[in-house]
Design a protein around this ligand. Structure first.
Ligand code: ADP
Ligand code: MG
Length: 515
């Protein structure tokens, strides 16, 4: 294994992409994009969702072939046939979804695919090397642990070490902080800086301005598949970057007033819910949500959020504890009964759990309300109501791209979410459970969803916001709870909450000294 800093040829340019085009089914994901990456820099690739960041990175990493354009590696024209081919030339990418082998150890995963790694692995040697590499880059790992035992943050470290083990000198990190706590992100930034100082080049993909400001030397902004500008990060104002990214002034809504919350609309006590693998995922959770407040639940994904949501709305029957919607004990009740008792639910998984992908937008909008007027009179369904109600909601909730008669799954993520929220809000619930409601949405749609959550709060609905997005939780919540390994490990009013404090709790640090 060699981990010496790579030495380039004459050029200080590590990578140059010229006039790259790439379309998927006629939609241009990259449109005439040129991009230069210098040796020894952290270069941020900033852009809204769907801007074409992952596509550009995947082209550079050999996963996709561009439709047109040229690529140069250290000044030499290059066309990679595969990610393996790219890595052999020193270009490696960490994807948004990891590609580790769950049953193998950390050390085995790091060595996997290395040309010097034979059929028989010398476990001891591998493990020592992996641990040393981890120490050197501030990425502590247990080399003997198996991947499935690791947190997402730890898996990401393994992915990075895998590239370093192969001595990649161009490292592409596609939205790496999306799965990290603020503290883990800080550590990653230190590692990225270290890699750049050694003469490697790092592409850091993000849509978070603060992070880009914090870690990058230069930033390139993509919008609608086009490169709309590049600047030295130090010279860039956050507001300017935001404007470049979205193409207009942008203010994300936040809660501004503090109102007196009303009566308790959701009461949860001692709730226990099993996870999919028979292990307990929610272990004795208690909290209340009052009318007219937003209660945020923070936590790194996989700490029981999903099971909590399912246990609250009847999709999974709790093994212990009680759930009350107003005065109704719905602990063992069906999903439908939850709905009648006044709970609306916007799941993380929009298509499938949330919407019926094959039905039209109008049908989806009517999916819950069709038993009552204006959709039906007695036992008779009124087809005209589907059209008129559908048209009204599509207009009111600004659902774009609806084509009559075609299935809803053809809508973009943001418009799917607007439709789903429209349907749930139209039920006039007492309690609205939102699970990662803006995940993966562009800024425009995020704005609409946040506004909707605040409007419901203003109408006196009790909103439970389960999210991994700390900015969003801090912007919207009146109160915050932190979920860690199925338990509430902290709660606070919004005034006392900071990203730092939440981050520590999310990482399992307890404020009461217990473990
Ligand atoms: N494999 C694919 N098949 C079809 N469309 C794709 C594929 N990958 C990306 N796209 C589309 O290309 C556009 C850019 O996507 P992407 O590069 O993933 O953006 P970003 O990473 O900036 O969010 C989007 O409209 C997306 O839907
Ligand atoms: Mg992406």
């Amino acid at each position: 294994m060699t981990t010496d800093a790579p030495t380039s040829g004459q050029s200080d340019l590590a990578v140059e992409l010229r006039n790259i085009d790439k379309a998927f089914y006629g939609v241009k994901a990259n449109d005439d994009v040129s991009f230069r990456l210098a040796r020894g820099e952290v270069h941020a690739l900033l852009g809204e969702n769907g801007a074409g960041k992952s596509t550009l990175c995947s082209i550079l990493a050999g996963l996709y072939r561009p439709d047109a354009g040229e690529m140069f590696l250290h000044g030499v024209p290059t066309a990679f046939k595969s990610p393996k081919d790219a890595l052999a030339s020193g270009v490696g990418m960490i994807y948004q979804h990891f590609r580790l082998v769950a049953n193998l150890t950390v050390a085995e995963n790091i060595a996997l695919g290395h040309p010097d790694t034979g059929i028989r692995l010398d476990q001891k040697k591998l493990q020592t090397e992996a641990a040393e590499l981890g120490d050197r880059y501030g990425l502590p790992i247990d080399p003997a642990a198996r991947i499935w035992q690791l947190s997402v943050g730890e898996q990401q470290r393994v992915e990075i070490l895998k590239l370093l083990y192969r001595n990649a000198d161009v490292l592409i990190l596609d939205e790496p902080t999306a799965v990290l706590t603020p503290q883990e992100s800080k550590q990653l930034f230190t590692t990225m800086r270290q890699m750049a100082d050694e003469g490697r080049s790092v592409i850091f993909v993000s849509h978070k301005l603060q992070e880009v400001k914090e870690v990058s030397d230069n930033v390139t902004v993509l919008r609608h598949g086009r490169n709309v500008g590049g600047v030295a990060t130090a010279d860039a104002q956050t507001e300017d970057l935001a404007r470049m990214m979205v193409g207009r002034e942008l203010v994300l809504p936040t809660r501004t007033d503090t109102t007196e919350a009303g009566s308790v609309v959701l009461a949860v006590s001692g709730l226990r819910v099993q996870g999919d693998r028979g292990l307990e995922a929610v272990s004795g959770v208690s909290f209340e949500v009052r009318a007219g407040e937003i209660v945020g639940i923070a936590g790194v994904s996989g700490n029981g959020q999903r099971e909590l949501a399912l246990g609250l709305n009847g999709l999974k029957t709790p093994t212990a504890g009680r759930v009350f919607i107003g005065n109704f004990d719905v602990t063992e009740a069906s999903v439908l009964s939850h709905m009648y008792a006044g709970m609306s639910y916007v799941p993380q998984n929009r298509l499938g759990v949330g919407l019926a992908p094959g039905l039209t937008t109008e049908e989806n909008l009517a999916l819950k309300a069709f038993r009552k007027p204006p959709y039906s009179r007695g036992s008779r369904l009124l087809p005209s109501a589907f059209r008129s109600e559908g048209a009204r909601q599509i207009e009111e909730y600004d659902i774009r791209g609806v084509r009559p008669g075609l299935p809803i799954r053809l809508l973009s993520g943001g418009n799917l979410q607007k439709a789903l929220i429209a349907r749930e809000v139209e039920m006039e619930p007492k309690v609205l459970v939102l699970h990662s409601p803006t995940r993966g949405l562009d800024v425009g749609a995020t704005q609409a969803v946040r506004n909707q959550a605040l409007a419901e709060r203003a109408r006196g609905v009790g909103v439970l916001l389960i999210s991994e997005d700390l900015d969003e939780l801090l912007a919207l919540s009146d109160r915050l709870l932190v979920l860690y390994e199925g338990q509430v490990v902290g709660q606070m009013n919004a005034e006392d909450a900071t990203a730092e404090r939440l981050g520590l709790l999310m990482a399992g640090e307890r404020e009461d000294g217990r473990r």
